[in-house]
Every structure is written in structure tokens, then in C-alpha cells.
Design a protein around this ligand. Structure first.
Ligand SMILES: Cc1cc2nc3c(=O)[nH]c(=O)nc-3n(C[C@H](O)[C@H](O)[C@H](O)COP(=O)(O)OP(=O)(O)OC[C@H]3O[C@@H](n4cnc5c(N)ncnc54)[C@H](O)[C@@H]3O)c2cc1C
Length: 396
């Protein structure tokens, strides 16, 4: 990556040699070895172990990990890989994303011992993890978490429950947010590393989902679960900051998945309207349809630029509110754009767009998920507005 830095981050950038190599490799693999599996993974809603093995064999999991943990440390390369897989199979792209979701929290809050214990295994695919914040009464509002961690000697005792933990079915360990102090304040939340086999820890049934069906999400239950005190991430009370840093790191990856999805939906729509005829001419020759394709291309191009910019900023070491805003802008724009592009693509397919025999409705269902996960798009708008206007209720 080469970037031109300004006061407000990185204004322009281009893909470097490493990113171009990743793009070429992953595009070829996506077309030759992934695309044919996409419909079946979605239909069966079964975890695609074969796709996980393929990504591991190719060494793709290593991409965002710092060199000392076996990776190349490039979020931009990681975004390029996700985008290419996301063009053909949302769920296979998701396998990269869930493998990478814990990195931000571990790097931001983990001790050297925790990083050495967990990061190399995530990078080489011998470990898998779940990242668990959401509870039945608290999704967007992280301060509403009720799962509790009580200090007992050299251990913490965890009690409570979580929902929507993606990857739970195959995870070796979980980063679980729990409250170490009183209800309702942010400063008393911490992350704990909870290994799958801890007594008292059970994983509930998987959700039957509209989209993102191949990577299951499940409830988690903690009943008198004991973990050593050194399984807490960071110092006591640092959890909220760790959450925010983790999400800043992963939002450009969600944006990349949205760009890939939108590009894939547009590609399918273009190929359909070139073949399909109405009123004696190809559907692609109607001006109203041509403008829909032009609008799709505008959305994909703009979204790609915002995504690469956010990733390049993270790679340049930019943090704090500047990074939070760029990540939120990229996540919000690209996922709204993916929803619009996928909706219009279904429209261009006519009735075929509604048929489960035709792949386009998968893009439409998966796009909806992207507007909700990793902070809904209303929450992204709150982050952006707060960055511009300051906190709500501030005296004029
Ligand atoms: C497929 C999938 C996978 C997931 N994987 C995980 C996972 O691995 N780990 C995990 O912890 N969670 C996961 N989640 C949960 C996800 O992070 C939450 O669903 C999300 O944060 C929203 O929380 P909620 O569903 O409780 O909605 P709520 O917070 O109840 O929000 C309901 C509505 O109110 C809006 N709203 C809330 N607050 C505001 C506000 N201040 N301003 C404006 N509007 C607001 C929201 O945008 C939304 O439209 C997953 C969800 C899905 C669908």
C-alpha cells in the first residue's frame, strides 16, 4: 500500500504488490473452488469445514496478524481477500472474518502471554474463537450487559448468558464480555477468555437465520464457570475500550464483505439482463435498466474506496476517534449500498429473483445481515454524528 497522509487520515492510496497478489490468488480460488459450494452451504446451513480447510491450506488466515504472530499484518490485504470471496460466497468470506474478529481485542487488551498463547493458533487455523457481547436485553447498548464475573481468590466466577455468538459451534475458546462491577456503567465491563471445556459452560442450539446461514450463531450459558484471574483481558474495567478498539479493527472487514457482495450481485444482474429479452430487445438495452446498473457501479466503486481508506488508515497505525469515524463511515455506506444493490439486482431478475433455484436472492438475504452486525447502521450514524457534533446534550 502506498498512501498520502493528511491531517484527517489517508486521503488516497493504491493497492501494492502484496495486495495485488492476494487479489489474483483469491479471485482464482473463489471462482474455481468456492463458487460451486455457495448455494449448498446457504441451503443446508451447515458449517463448511471444507472451506475452512481450504482457507487454512492457502495460509489466508495469517493476513492481518502482526509478523511476530505469524502474519503479514495488513488489514488492506485482508479486506481484499474478504472482498474476493464475498463476491461468490458470503459464508466462506465470513470464515475469514470470524477468525479475525478476536484479534483487535487481543491486541488491544491482551497480555503478552495471552497473545502468544492464542494469536499464532488463530493465524494458522489450529484455533477458532467466538467473540461474545450480545445478551437478550443488550445488543447495541453494551453497558446493559448482565453476565457477571466475580473475583474469588485467584479466579473469576462467571454467571449469565449470551445470544448470537457466531462460530460458537466450532470455537475452542471465547472472548466473553462480563460485568465486574455495578449495573449500567461502561467502566466495569471486562473480557474473559473462556475455554470451551470449562465446567458449567454450555453452548445452546444454533439460530435458524435469514442470511449468513453457513456460519452458525448460538446462545451461550455460564453457570458457575471458573476461570483463572489471568484469563481476564487487560486491566480491570478496560473492557469497554477493548470492545471499541476491536470493533474499529473489524468494521473495515465488514465493509469489504459488503463491497464483495455488492460486486457479486451486480455481476449476476449484468449477466442476466444481457441474456433476458423483453419487448423484442435485451433487457440490458432499456435506459431505465442501464441507469440501475450505473448506480450499482457508483455504489460499489465508492464503497471500495471508503473500505480501502479505512483499512489503509488502520495499517498506518491511526487510532482513536479518527479511526472510529472512518471505520463507521465505511461500514455504514458499504452495507447500505450492498442492501440497495442486492435489492435492485433481485428486481432485475424479475420472478427468477424470488426463486430459490437462482442465487441472487441469497445476496439479498445476506446483505440484510450486514446492516445489523458489528453495530447496526443507526449506531454507525451515531458514531459519525458524535465525531462531528460532539456528544448529545452538550451545551451550545
Ligand atoms: C448473523 C448475526 C451474527 C451475530 N454475531 C454476533 C457475535 O458473534 N457476537 C455478538 O456479541 N453479537 C453478535 N450478533 C448480535 C449483533 O451484534 C446485535 O444484533 C446488534 O448489535 C444489534 O443488537 P440488537 O439485536 O439487540 O438490537 P437492539 O440494540 O435492540 O436495537 C433494535 C433497533 O434499535 C436501534 N437502536 C438501538 N439503539 C439505538 C440508538 N442509540 N439510536 C438509534 N437507533 C438505535 C437499532 O439500530 C435497531 O434497529 C450477531 C447478530 C447477527 C444477526
Amino acid at each position: 500500500m502506498s498512501g498520502m497522509e493528511t491531517d484527517s487520515g489517508i486521503a488516497s492510496f493504491s493497492l501494492g504488490e502484496e495486495q495485488r497478489q492476494v487479489q489474483e490468488l483469491v479471485r482464482r480460488v473463489a471462482n474455481e473452488r468456492v463458487a460451486h459450494r455457495a448455494a449448498e452451504i446457504d441451503r443446508s446451513a451447515e458449517y463448511p469445514q471444507d472451506m475452512f480447510d481450504l482457507l487454512r491450506e492457502l495460509g489466508l488466515f495469517t493476513l492481518p496478524f502482526p509478523p511476530e504472530y505469524g502474519g503479514s499484518g495488513s488489514l488492506l490485504s485482508s479486506c481484499v481477500a474478504i472482498e474476493e470471496l464475498g463476491r461468490v460466497c458470503y459464508n466462506t468470506a465470513y470464515l475469514l472474518l470470524v477468525q479475525w474478529t478476536p484479534i483487535g481485542a487481543l491486541l488491544a487488551g491482551g497480555s503478552e502471554e495471552q497473545k502468544r498463547r492464542l494469536l499464532p493458533g488463530l493465524a494458522n487455523g489450529t484455533l477458532r474463537a467466538g467473540f461474545s457481547l450480545t445478551e437478550p436485553q443488550s445488543g447495541s447498548d453494551v453497558s446493559g450487559i448482565r453476565t457477571r464475573a466475580r473475583r474469588e481468590g485467584n479466579e473469576y466466577r462467571i454467571d449469565g448468558g449470551k445470544i448470537w455468538c457466531t462460530n460458537a459451534a466450532v470455537s475452542d475458546f471465547f472472548l466473553v464480555a462480563a460485568r465486574t462491577g455495578e449495573d449500567g456503567t461502561r467502566g466495569v465491563i471486562n473480557f474473559f477468555i473462556i475455554e470451551r471445556d470449562r465446567p458449567g459452560f454450555t453452548i445452546g442450539r444454533k439460530e435458524d437465520k435469514l442470511g449468513a446461514r453457513g456460519v452458525p450463531s448460538s446462545a451461550l450459558f455460564f453457570d458457575n464457570v471458573h476461570v483463572p484471574a489471568e484469563n481476564m483481558l487487560g486491566r480491570e474495567g478496560a473492557g469497554f475500550k477493548v470492545v471499541m478498539q476491536a470493533l474499529n479493527a473489524s468494521r473495515p472487514l465488514i465493509a469489504a464483505r459488503a463491497v464483495g457482495l455488492a460486486q457479486g450481485a451486480m455481476d449476476l444482474a449484468i449477466s442476466f439482463i444481457r441474456d433476458r429479452r423483453a419487448f423484442g430487445q435485451p433487457v440490458a438495452d432499456f435506459q431505465g435498466v442501464r441507469w440501475m446498473i450505473a448506480d450499482m457501479a457508483i455504489a460499489v466503486d465508492a464503497g471500495r474506496q471508503l473500505t480501502y481508506r479505512a483499512a489503509a488508515m488502520a495499517d498506518a497505525g491511526i487510532t482513536g476517534t479518527e479511526m472510529a469515524r472512518a471505520a463507521a463511515v465505511a461500514k455504514c455506506f458499504t452495507t447500505d449500498a450492498a442492501m440497495k444493490v442486492a435489492t435492485d439486482a433481485v428486481q432485475l431478475f424479475g420472478a427468477a429473483g424470488i426463486s430459490n433455484e437462482v442465487p441472487i436472492n441469497r445476496y439479498f438475504r445476506d446483505a440484510k445481515v450486514l446492516q445489523i452486525i458489528e453495530g447496526t447502521n443507526q449506531i454507525q450514524r451515531n458514531i459519525i454524528a458524535r465525531n462531528i457534533l460532539g456528544p448529545e446534550g452538550r451545551p451550545a
